[in-house]
Design a protein around this ligand. Structure first.
Ligand code: BES
Ligand code: ZN
Length: 463
């Protein structure tokens, strides 16, 4: 048995206690966007500090204006070891609509998925508590067998990623010296499929905006005022309906500035890749691509920007019926960004466009929910090559390099503030229902994810 086999065997033997840790962490309701759960977020941070200290890190909870950050340090076996910053997030998305969950979101359990796969159910099992623990549990196994680590490690966990990471940028700026490493590793992305691991080389940026329209200073009887008084839901609908043209393109002035076409050779690669997962839409009960016409699905998700309406409220939406003209209507809108699209310009363009649609006796207000640019990472680097080989040893199929449609705002800040590139890999699957009821993480993702990190840490570490 080689050395690395002994570490892998330890990771296997540790699996029951790794699962106990995951269950304990999932039980903590660390929903960052809802202030009612601030204490839970703090508890999750404290829990992780205890776990890191048990593994041998110097770990502490660090205050920010929002939810606390966890920072931990561990020396490597030699002074010249590569220095890695590992990042993850302990916060989770809200669980509503609760009635669509078949099990308590905060009471994790291992269940049979019915397709021969075992799954761990619960909010955050996949995004991102299960994923961040794959890394920590790999570190634990490594230390238990070797007594040391082949890399110097700094760990950074935040509690506001799902809310656009508003407190993290100031924290990075204030603690840049402490956090700077040779490169970052992040475990918050997906596999290509259950057999094929993936390294993610791009992420889309995100601008989150809430638009609030106020018309009359009170709700009105629609018989007494309808037709004569402005209806804020109509104004809002006009704004939202005008965001796209008939070809699915976004209409905001300057929106596509900085968006580049994907080179033909890459498009051809993506075309071939798409053919390996024909169930992309049918698995979710759909059959036709939406969005910009004439673009392939991977192009739409990895390389094109979007405008999405994420929520609308206003007027009476309860049981029965009410003939009312509301005073207020609001929508939550997000823009995914690619290339060098400027988040602040896009926010301004959306605000100017919305203002232009609002009659002068009505009011429009905005609330910002983050603004981060798209990210492109190198396709070839020594770290990526080593990680790719390490992943290919663990899984049935070789690792591939993919794009990412989601956003992890801090990855851009790692480059711009700390001068570091990131290695993004993760073991979640398309059917994990992240951000949705019945989130799960495959037991194989968790177990083989831990084993994958053992291999990656060993591969990038000092020999
Ligand atoms: N894990 C995701 C990010 C992700 C998803 C990356 C899929 C690549 C592929 C992350 O936790 C997330 O959901 N981020 C939010 C960030 C936002 C609120 C700023 C997102 O993408 O919506
Ligand atoms: Zn996540």
């Amino acid at each position: 048995m080689t050395d690395i086999d002994a570490v892998l065997a330890r990771a296997d033997a540790n699996l029951p206690s790794s699962l106990d840790t995951l269950f304990e962490l999932v039980r903590i309701k660390s929903i960052s966007t809802d202030p009612a759960y601030r204490a839970d977020c703090r508890e999750a941070a404290a829990y992780l500090v205890r776990h890191l200290a048990d593994i041998g890190f110097k770990a502490s909870v660090r205050e920010t204006d929002g939810n606390p950050v966890v920072v931990a340090h561990h020396e490597g076996m030699a002074p010249n070891c590569p220095h890695v910053l590992f990042y993850g997030h302990y916060d989770v998305q809200p669980v509503d609509p609760l009635e669509l969950w078949t099990h308590d979101p905060f009471e994790p359990a291992i269940r049979d998925a019915g397709n021969g796969r075992k799954i761990i159910t619960g909010r955050g099992t996949s995004d991102d508590k299960g994923q961040l623990l794959t890394f920590l549990e790999a570190v634990r196994a490594y230390k238990e067998v070797r007594g040391t680590l082949p890399i110097r490690l700094t760990v950074l966990f935040e509690g506001e990623e799902e809310s656009g990471s508003p407190s993290l940028r100031p924290f990075l700026l204030a603690n840049a010296e402490e956090l700077r490493a040779d490169f970052a590793m992040v475990c918050d992305t997906s596999m290509w499929d259950a057999e094929t691991p993936a390294i993610c080389a791009s992420l889309r940026g995100l601008v989150g905006e809430e638009v609030i329209i106020t018309a009359a200073d009170r709700d009105l009887h629609s018989g007494g005022y309808g037709g004569a008084a402005a209806n804020p839901i109509h104004i809002l609908s006009d704004i939202l309906a005008g965001l796209h043209d008939r070809t699915g393109a976004v209409t905001l002035p300057g929106f596509y500035d900085g968006v580049e076409e994907v080179p033909g050779a890459i498009k051809a690669d993506w075309q071939r890749l798409e053919e390996t997962s024909p169930g992309f839409l049918t698995d979710i009960g759909l059959s036709r691509l939406s969005g910009e016409q004439g673009r392939s699905r991977l192009e739409l998700i990895w390389a094109r920007p979007t405008a999405e309406i994420n929520g609308i409220s206003g007027g009476y939406a309860g049981d029965g019926f009410k003939t009312v003209i509301a005073s207020k209507a609001t929508a939550k809108v997000s823009f995914r960004l690619v290339g060098s699209q400027d988040p602040l310009k896009i926010r301004e363009s959306f605000r100017a466009y919305s203002r232009s649609k609002v009659p002068e006796d009505c009011k429009v207000e905005f609330a910002s929910h983050g603004a981060s640019p798209g990210i492109q990472l190198p396709y070839d680097s020594p770290v990526l090559d080593k990680a790719r080989a390490a992943l290919s040893h663990e899984w049935p199929k070789p690792a591939i390099v993919v794009g990412g449609g989601g956003s992890i705002p801090v990855v851009g800040d790692f480059r711009s503030i700390l001068g570091m590139d990131s290695l993004l890999t993760g073991f979640s699957l398309a059917d994990d229902r992240v951000h949705s009821p019945n989130e799960k993480y495959d037991l194989a993702s968790f177990h083989k994810g831990i084993r994958s990190w053992v291999r990656i840490i060993d591969a990038v570490g000092a020999k």
